[in-house]
Design a protein around this ligand. Sequence first.
Ligand SMILES: [Zn+2]
Length: 263
Amino acid sequence: MTAESVLVLMYHRVGEARNAWEARYAIGASRFAEHMRALQAAGFRAVEASALVDWLEGAASLPPRSFVLTFDDGFRDVRQHALPVLQRLGWPFTVFLVSGLIGQQDLWTRSANPDGVTYPLLDATEIREMQRAGVAFQSHTRSHASLPTLDDEQLATELADSRAELQALLGTPVHFLAYPFGHVDERVVRAAKQAGYRAAFSTQPGFNRRDVDRHRIRRIDVYGTDTANQLLRKVKLGMNDGSVSNLARYYWGRAKSRLQATS
Ligand SMILES: [Zn+2]
């Protein structure tokens, strides 16, 4: 049996949220552990992002219920709270780093966060230590800019410099990109290919079948407010809405189309 589609989950910060805005991006440590246990109990198993891309390229097979776990931005608390949980499970994961802000803070959120606070990002020593523990690091650009707003030169710099800086830091090739804020258009995709990225991750929700655009890989946005059951519904539906009513709409839609097919 081989997978027909593969889900990619997107997390950000793993730690307490201080307001409702943060609650979307920050998941408490114990809730994160519950999420992973729920996925494991449902038969899911995390695989490397590179295994997904190999699978998309037809170069590898993946068992059903394989999924890819990603963390955007490179928050320091991923090391503290997520790494131990994932090491116990033996599950690989990928962190997308902002190469110009290594060891600094998520400055791009300051104006959006109602409390105006920022959080620490992993520094070079922590990144190398996590790399030795098997964590994969890829690019989230140089400054977390909204790429479609940049001119051609700035765009090329964000993409190429980030890749070069991370390769120098990691001593390994960087093949993948996650678009900041999920902002992407045709020109950005062309520039990402030109900068040498083999694949790129969007924030468009949905299942990834083999025909998905490798530079627009879909991801489910996991909110800090999602209970384990909401997460399992998201994973079932391939949608960001993990409410019971959304699952009910899904079953109703399937039942209706079956009735129509038989009438
Ligand atoms: Zn980001």
